[in-house]
Design a protein around this ligand. Structure first.
Ligand code: SAM
Length: 350
């Protein structure tokens, strides 16, 4: 899975356990990103609806959530991946933008990515496309030269960038689900009714499409104009393409509209305790009878590695190393009581 800010790698087990305390059989992973949480819910037996507005999250969801491992021809997938890896390297948009004008990848890897990406761009109707594109993005992520976001690349090559790119078969799961590429809160009513909904909105002003613009371009298969040192997509600067969740004065209303707009019996919201919404705000958004758990999670990779400017020089000190991730729950009292009993030491009050 890709390196992703706000990814719930360390929390998926707990989220799965909280889901398992409900009698649910369907779930929505709202603000799905890598789809890591949706994958856990699928493992726990849920039919999962995965919701995010990025094209790359939609690709991951079509791979990990929609694809049922039990009905997949793995040998066919492996053979298609071998064909892709055997393509001769090519010059093109990917190499110019992300290897020469910006240095996110070595030219050697970039020319191979370019060849595989060009091939996939002209075969988007292939049923295996989401799996192959996921595999390509994940392979590119393993050889990028960044600290985990594409706002900048490192001045000196990261050690992993010098390794040869290599596709791997995505780690698929048995079960079913559906991807919905939707912009929230406006399109919340399009999410089918579910038993359980998990919400994991952004925590700050940085746009995910800006932070992961290369994955967005690979997933969309377009060749947009770019700007700045990082060669971000120019279209992300258009005000209509921004997210209300990246705006301090709009996130509360936007999250309230999303949480209340998605029809679910059991609701679970993740939020960090060091940003824009207070615990009281979150309890209000979650609705009557809501309770909150505080779970420590390590801060994003930049806090361990340092903060870098666009030229790859280390600047400034990162913030505190750990933050409290809040999990705010609302739903039938039987559930919130059971959670309060099982996790009494994690309960926090406003
Ligand atoms: C904190 S991340 C979610 C991380 C995810 N739970 C994981 O473990 O990978 C927030 C997600 O919200 C998505 N997002 C931001 N604004 C959105 C909007 N207006 N509508 C839908 N998705 C949005 C971003 O693309 C990003 O993937």
């Amino acid at each position: 899975m890709i390196k992703y800010l706000g990814s719930k790698r360390r929390l998926v087990g707990l989220i799965g356990d909280l889901y398992a305390l409900t009698p649910s059989s369907s779930a929505a992973d709202v603000f799905a990103g890598t789809t890591r949480v949706g994958q856990e819910l699928k493992r726990r037996g849920a039919y999962v609806h995965s919701i995010d507005y990025t094209a790359y999250s939609d690709v991951f969801a079509r791979c990990y959530i929609e694809t049922d491992l039990n009905s997949l021809d793995i040998a066919k997938l492996q053979s298609r991946m071998s064909d892709l890896m055997a393509l001769p390297p090519t010059e093109g948009y990917f190499v110019t933008e992300f290897c020469r004008e910006a240095r996110f990848f070595t030219e050697e890897n970039g020319c191979l990515i370019n060849a595989m990406w060009d091939h996939l761009r002209s075969h988007s109707d292939d049923p295996l496309w989401p799996l192959l594109m996921t595999s390509l993005i994940e392979a590119a992520d393993r050889v990028d030269s960044t600290v985990g976001v594409q706002m900048a690349y490192l001045k000196k090559w990261a050690a992993r960038a010098l390794l040869p790119i290599n596709l791997r078969v995505p780690d698929l799961i048995p079960g079913r689900g559906q991807s919905h590429r939707l912009r929230l809160p406006d399109e919340a009513s399009q999410v089918p009714e579910v038993d359980f909904a998990y919400f994991d909105p952004p925590y700050n002003q940085h746009s995910y499409i800006g932070n992961y613009h290369i994955w967005e371009t690979m997933a969309r298969g377009d060749t947009p104009a770019t700007y700045g040192v990082a060669h971000k997509r120019t279209d992300i600067r258009h005000k209509d393409n921004g997210s209300l969740f990246n705006r301090k004065n709009q996130i509360k209303d936007a999250l309230h509209a999303t949480v209340q707009g998605i029809r679910a019996k059991y609701r679970l919201i993740s939020y960090s305790d060091d940003t824009w919404l207070s615990l009281a705000d979150l309890l209000e958004i979650a609705g009557e009878g809501a309770i909150a758990l505080a779970v420590a999670q390590r801060r994003y990779i930049g806090s361990q590695i340092g903060i870098y400017n666009p030229s790859g020089e280390k600047v400034g000190k990162p913030g505190k190393e750990k933050n409290n991730e809040l999990l705010v729950l609302s739903g039938p009292k039987k559930w919130t009581d059971a959670v309060s009993d099982s996790y009494a030491d994690l309960i926090v009050l406003p």
